[in-house]
Design a protein around this ligand. Structure first.
Ligand code: DAH
Length: 364
């Protein structure tokens, strides 16, 4: 400051010009350094440059002061000094304009770069999903029964003792009621241990006659191993009408395995016991792989277990307000995941529940 006071006005103008050049250097720095143009940075600089313009050309600038001092310059120097001031102002304006132009260009190209697409980057391949093998199996089973005139019922997975046991003629003290075998909620509800519960709901809702299947999850307190999982899938079947006999049961399940595994498939009914059917039978079908000769898949017996079945117990009909004097019915329960595991030759049923895409992808 105090140096400048002693400098001639012409020298002062020169200094203003020099200082401006110094200031403008930082606006060309990014380019000089060859850095990638950053949009935010270029925009900031454009804003800074506005301040520089005010500082050098504004009302309070040194140049403005020097302009005002023209009147105080000795008359013989006045004209040339006036010219010098004008020249300096023109140079300063031109330099700032130039810097502004190149900054604007940089902002522009940074914007283009940000918005542009690199067409050489490999595209993202869409990975379409597919249904789970258990769902596929369930759909095949549904289709067969729907074509035989059955409706598909869906019902709750948490049940009262009435639906899970009492109405199914499972007496107090039956081992299935044991908390060791069935999951109970803290409020005393049971996670259904079989889809047979839906027989009762369906008959209560629809009365008789009724023909329905009910695919769904069931829960049992089993320790997981290659053939057990505490949650698995069953399909329940129920047919109640006037004059229904064991022959209808055998005919229906035989037709079912014919459609699922082929018309040469045979069935076998073995006497069994279930509280909710009388008489009861286990159903087997001849192995879809060896046709009954015996192979690895059927463990060399020629037969594969399909599930349980029987004639609906009169007590079950009564519990659902169906008159056993007028109506009779058959019922069956099949394991979906078990059948799935057989068909796909899985040696561990748990694979179906681990949701490992590498495994599931094989069964589109
Ligand atoms: N609920 C039985 C089970 O989970 C399977 C079953 C057997 C269902 C006989 C039935 C039936 O409807 O009649 O093992």
């Amino acid at each position: 400051m105090h140096d400048e006071a002693q400098q001639s006005p012409a020298r002062q103008l020169e200094v203003v010009g020099e200082r401006l050049q110094e200031e403008l250097k930082r606006f060309s720095n990014i380019e000089a350094l060859g850095r990638a143009v950053d949009l935010a940075e270029a925009e900031n600089q454009l804003r800074d440059l506005k301040d520089v313009r005010t500082k050098f050309l504004g009302k309070k600038s040194e140049l403005a002061n020097l302009k005002k001092s023209i009147g105080r310059v000795a008359p013989e120097d006045r004209a040339s000094f006036g010219q010098l001031v004008q020249q300096t102002e023109a140079t300063i304006t031109a330099s700032i304009d130039e810097a502004e132009q190149s900054l604007k260009k940089r902002v522009e190209s940074a914007r283009t770069e940000r918005d542009s697409i690199d067409v050489t980057i490999p595209g993202r391949r869409p990975r379409p999903g597919h249904l789970h093998p258990i769902t596929l199996m369930r759909q095949r089973i549904d289709d067969i029964f729907v074509s035989l005139g059955y409706i598909v019922e869906d019902d709750r997975e948490i049940e009262t003792d009435f639906y899970n046991f009492d109405a199914l003629n499972i007496p107090e003290g039956h081992p299935a009621r044991d908390p060791q075998d069935t999951f109970y909620t803290t409020e005393g509800f049971a996670l259904r241990s079989q889809t047979s519960t839906v027989q009762i709901h369906a008959m209560q809702r629809r009365g008789a006659p009724v023909r329905m299947i009910a695919p769904g999850r069931v829960f049992r307190r089993d320790t997981p191993d290659p053939t057990h999982n505490p949650m698995f899938f069953q399909v329940e079947g129920l047919c109640v009408d006037r004059g229904i006999t064991m022959a209808h049961l055998k005919g229906t399940l035989t037709e079912f395995v014919h459609r699922l595994f082929g018309p040469d498939t045979k069935t076998r009914f073995r006497p069994s016991y279930f509280p909710f059917t009388e008489p009861s039978a286990e159903v087997d079908y001849s192995c879809f792989n060896c046709g009954g000769q015996g192979c690895r898949i059927c463990k060399h017996s020629g037969w594969i277990e399909l599930g349980g079945s029987g004639m609906v117990h009169p007590n079950v009909l009564r519990a659902a307000n169906v008159d056993p004097e007028e109506f009779t019915g058959f019922a069956f329960g099949l394991g979906i995941d078990r059948t799935c595991a057989r068909i796909y030759e899985l040696d561990d049923i748990r694979l179906l529940f681990e949701n490992d895409v590498r495994f599931l992808e094989q069964f589109r």
